[in-house]
Write a protein that binds this ligand. Structure first.
Ligand SMILES: [Zn+2]
Length: 360
């Protein structure tokens, strides 16, 4: 299982999949599912899913395929390219980043987000964050026309140059571990479910546009009308010097559930998980000797916030793997956390039956 998850993860990390442009990631996952003898379906939004029929409450397990990035806002006469942010891109970590423009024909144009020559940087500029509006991308050409000729135009997607680096202790650094790690785990779960004899009905969903507006999966949730929704994504690791007072989540100490998430800026949403699902995860982790960490904090949320409000309401929980440096070009996860999370999810899905009481 470890090798499969590792290989799936790094293959997925190397594919560009900006929100709204998830095609390459989606096709890759779709092929993996077909190799397992499954029949994935796709809706008009681009959400991909497979259904496993069964008896009991209707379950939706979902994870997002998309990633943060940019779109081209303006092409200057001299060939420099201005960008608009798509998703929660950290402006303080953008200058000097390598990026790619994934083209429709499957090829890519390489570029760099420019950083003003250090020798010309004034004292008062040294500790300033340059707003993204003032940044520009250099693709090595000198005119507007040359940019167009490369296949880049207004609205073209841009993402961090896909990267995978292996660190010590089976830790992986690279681009869009959020949430290709979730996708790699879900593919493993699909394999397990494809072999099962009985169990509850499960829809395994690979969703779109989570990083854009958190609602890409909603039309599919409205179609599937789950009783239970389990959302699979990162949980912020808080074991680095800059995060210590924010929680107790450590990289490499196992999967986690979220007991509280909230985002007050703009979205005003969050998830307080269903107590029956919290109990189910706690009990299952204990029975299977899988460590389970707990998170509760402001500032992050997932598309589950909107899924919980679908139909007559959905019993919900966010589960995830610890992640450091979220939304940076180099995030870090621990392979063993992914393995433990896969085991935990597999056991939880085996343990849900008609007896689960979703009254609150
Ligand atoms: Zn995510």
């Amino acid at each position: 299982m470890k090798n499969k998850i590792y290989n799936n993860l790094i293959e997925l990390m190397m594919l560009p999949g900006l929100s709204g442009y998830e095609n390459r990631v989606c096709n890759h996952i779709s092929n993996k599912l077909k190799e397992l003898g499954l029949f994935p379906k796709k809706d008009v939004m681009g959400n991909l899913w497979v259904s496993f029929p069964g008896e009991g409450p209707n379950i939706m397990l979902f994870t997002h395929m998309d990633q943060i990035g940019f779109v081209v806002r303006k092409i200057e006469k001299n060939g420099f390219i201005r960008i608009e942010r798509l998703g929660g891109v950290p402006e303080k970590a953008l200058a000097s980043q390598a990026v790619i423009f994934p083209l429709e024909n499957g090829s890519e144009i390489f570029g760099i987000i420019a950083n003003k020559s250090h020798h010309a940087t004034q004292q008062d500029e040294k500790y300033n964050v340059v707003p993204y509006k003032d940044l520009y991308i250099d693709v090595g050409v000198d005119t507007f026309e040359e940019v167009i000729k490369l296949g880049i135009n207004i609205g073209s997607p841009v993402v961090y140059k896909p990267t995978v680096e292996e660190l010590s202790n089976e830790r992986i650094a690279g681009t869009s571990i959020d949430d290709r790690a979730g996708c790699a785990i879900a593919i493993e779960i699909a394999e397990k479910l494809s072999l099962r004899k009985k169990g509850p009905p499960i829809n395994l969903v690979f969703s779109v546009q989570e990083e854009f507006n958190l609602r890409g999966v909603i039309p599919l949730a409205q179609q599937l009308l789950p009783d239970i929704a389990i959302q699979l994504d990162l949980i912020l690791a808080t074991d680095t010097p800059d995060m210590r007072d924010r929680g107790n989540i450590s990289l490499g100490k196992g999967p986690a559930i979220s007991l509280f998430s909230f985002h007050g800026r703009g979205t005003l949403n969050g998830v307080i998980p269903h107590p029956a699902l919290v109990k189910l995860f706690e009990k299952t982790a204990l029975q299977n000797k899988i460590p389970l960490q707990k998170s509760a904090h402001n500032g992050a949320l997932t598309d589950l916030s909107y899924v919980q409000l679908v139909g007559k309401g959905v019993a919900c929980i966010d589960v995830g793997f610890p992640l450091r440096y979220s939304h940076s070009s180099l995030e870090i996860c621990d392979l063993n956390d992914l393995i433990q999370l896969t085991k935990l999810l597999g056991e939880v899905l085996d343990n849900i039956d008609g007896k689960i009481d979703l009254n609150r």
